[in-house]
Every structure is written in structure tokens, then in C-alpha cells.
Design a protein around this ligand. Sequence first.
Ligand code: NAD
Ligand code: DAU
Length: 352
Amino acid sequence: MKTFLITGGAGFIGSNFIQYMIKKYNNINLINVDKLTYAGNLENLKDIEKNKNYKFIHADICDKVAIENIFKQYNIDYIVNFAAESHVDRSINDPETFVKTNIEGTVNLLNISKKYWSVDEDVYRDGCKFLQISTDEVYGSLGKTGYFFETTPLCPHSPYSASKASADLIIKAYFDTYKFPVNITRCSNNYGPYQFPEKLIPLMINNALNHKNLPVYGDGLNIRDWLYVEDHCKAIDLVLKKGKIGEIYNIGGHNERTNIDIVKFIVSYIKENVDVSVEESLIKFVKDRKGHDKRYGICPDKIYNDLGWKPETTFDVGIKTTIDWYLNNKSWMKNITNGQYKNYYKRIYGEN
Ligand code: NAD
Ligand code: DAU
């Protein structure tokens, strides 16, 4: 029975991944280590929290003692490192927290797993793997044409993407120097259920539902390449099982949209299906993000060809499912905005 250490599993993608894996496999153990920052919410996992193959541990990935204790107690086979400060706007105001978690936290996980997985010099226990969940933002920004390939030089612009790129380089160094068994995935923008409402899609859905302004940065013509979160989870599962050690895999589905198109789509869907009084006049063009990357576009040919992954959810289906999820889970949103998940945590785990 393989044991997975999932870090940041109470966040958006991590909690979707845990739910996906628990439903798919009954012969694995999942340990979720999360610091429960503002972005971590155990309510995301309430459907599976009593599953005998799942365990939550409240800890910071930077905490050497806490992480080492986990390795002493459990025979960890895989680390899937989702834990991160993930929001670009926050990184512009507070780069230091990003350096701590995204770089130092990753190094701490590498050092401790290396210690417990080593069987000889540069030889590690059979089948173990460290998977870093990275991002397409490490490549920087594209012009009107071209794509990011795994070989594209790293050129991050924000403190967030620079911290993720730094972690990627350290991980590459552990492979090059110690032959440490790693993979890195670099995915494009995710959307779907349980995404914290600071990110574009959930922010716009919830503001529109509450007749609040829809703040679009700059001219709204920046382009992101959107992938439904479940497709990302399937790709991660595949890279864990079949990814060649030391390789990087881009993940994306050639689904580029301007921000203004996304916002207009959300407004028109809500107007047509939920509330006829929601209008495009809610859209407000506001001051641009500092250093705002113009366009992201992933070339996913390597994971298509080498591992046989392809996205399964079209944008039309995924965005409607996502809007419907937020509509049907208004209490989740209310708890988030009132900080109520902390009480949920106390109720379930009896501490803060
Ligand atoms: P998120 O902000 O929703 O969740 C991050 C989780 O990490 C939270 O549960 C938080 O409590 C936890 N965390 C933060 N600091 C921690 C620490 N020091 N120790 C332990 N836990 C800590 O983020 P997300 O959108 O789910 O992204 C997950 C990962 O995927 C990140 O590494 C991000 O860089 C990467 N990624 C995200 C996207 C996207 O579109 N959201 C795309 C590509 C890659
Ligand atoms: O590309 C992958 C990355 O996608 C991940 O690595 C990050 O963790 C994730 O946060 C996301 O980063 P972005 O900066 O692309 O996502 P965000 O949702 O913050 O913004 C998407 C676009 O929408 C971006 O061009 C900025 C714009 N935007 C965002 C917000 C929050 C607005 O116009 N208005 C807004 O209010």
C-alpha cells in the first residue's frame, strides 16, 4: 500500500487532488500536511475526512521537526508538493512569505525526504518520488505567438513566479547532484470548485452573484490558458505513476482566453440562468497589476505524446460546472468570507 504525503492539500488544487485520488483508489494512504493559511480550508475535504485511508496533519512545510516526525512515523513513498503561497497580487505586497514557503519549505521537504529515502550514496528506496507542482508562470510572458515548452528558459516576473522558479531550480539541482528522484509539473491556470475567491474566476462569479463591481485589470486583454482542475489532477496522477525521473512536464489544453472574455462569459451565464438583473455594467476597468504578464500559452505535447494525457473537460462544460458549484455552495463561500472554516477546524480537530 503506497503512502502519499500531500502538502497544501487543504487548498484549491490539493483538495481536488485528494478527493480525486480517494475516489479512484482504495489501496493508498494519503497524508495531508497543511499549515491552514487563509487559503487552506478543511471544509473542502469534509466528504472524505473520515476515510480510513486519509489523515490530516496541521503543520508548516518549513518546520523541520514536524516534517521529520511525519517521516519517522510513516513510510512515505511519494511527496506531492502543492503547498505554496499562490496569489500573484499578494506576492507583490509581501514577497518574503513567498520566499519562505515556496523556496525554504520546498528545500526542507527535499532534505528530509532525501534523508529518509537514501539507501546508499545517490541510491534511493525503490519507487519513491518527489513531485513538485510548479506553474507555467516560471516561463514569464509570451507575445502574440509561440508557446512555453519544457525547454523554454525560465524568466519569471513576479515575486510569486520567481519563488516557484527558484524552487524548480533547487529541485533540478537535487536531481543533477544527488540523482534524487524528482518530477516537476508546470500547469497553466486552473479553475473549478473550491478555488479561493481572490482568483479571477471565483472572484467574478461571486461578485456578479452579489451585484458587486467586477474589477478587470488594465485593458482586460491579458491572456491566460485555462484548464479544469480535475484534468490537472489526472495529469498529476499519471506523472506520479509514469513520469520519467528527472523530467519536467508542461500541463495545459490550448485553451487561451482574454480576461475580459472570461468575465463577459460569466456575466452572460449568470444573467441567462440565475439573475436577469446582472449586467455587464458591473465591469470596471481598474489599475493594472504591476509587472502584469501579457500572455501564457502552454505547449503540452510532451505529456500528450509520452504519457498519453489529454484534457477531457471542455471550457464550456467546465466553466458552467464551476459556476453551478458556486451557486450550489453559497455557504462555503460565506464561511470563507467570514473566516468560519477556522471554527470548522476546531470542531473537527479540537485545536487551532
Ligand atoms: P492555494 O493557495 O489554493 O492552496 C495552497 C495551500 O497550501 C493552502 O491549503 C495553504 O494553507 C497551504 N500552505 C501555504 N503555506 C504553507 C506552508 N508553509 N506549509 C504547509 N501548507 C501551506 O493554491 P492552489 O491554487 O491550490 O495551488 C496549489 C499549487 O499549485 C501551488 O504550488 C501553485 O503554485 C500551483 N499551481 C497553481 C495553479 C492555479 O491556477 N491555481 C496553476 C499551476 C500551478
Ligand atoms: O498560470 C498559473 C498561475 O495561475 C498559478 O501559478 C497561480 O498560482 C494562480 O494564481 C494563477 O495566476 P494568475 O495571476 O494568472 O491568476 P489570477 O486569477 O490572479 O489572475 C488571472 C488574470 O486575471 C490575470 O491576468 C490578472 C487578471 N485579474 C485578476 C484578478 C484577481 C483581473 O483582471 N482582475 C482581478 O480581480
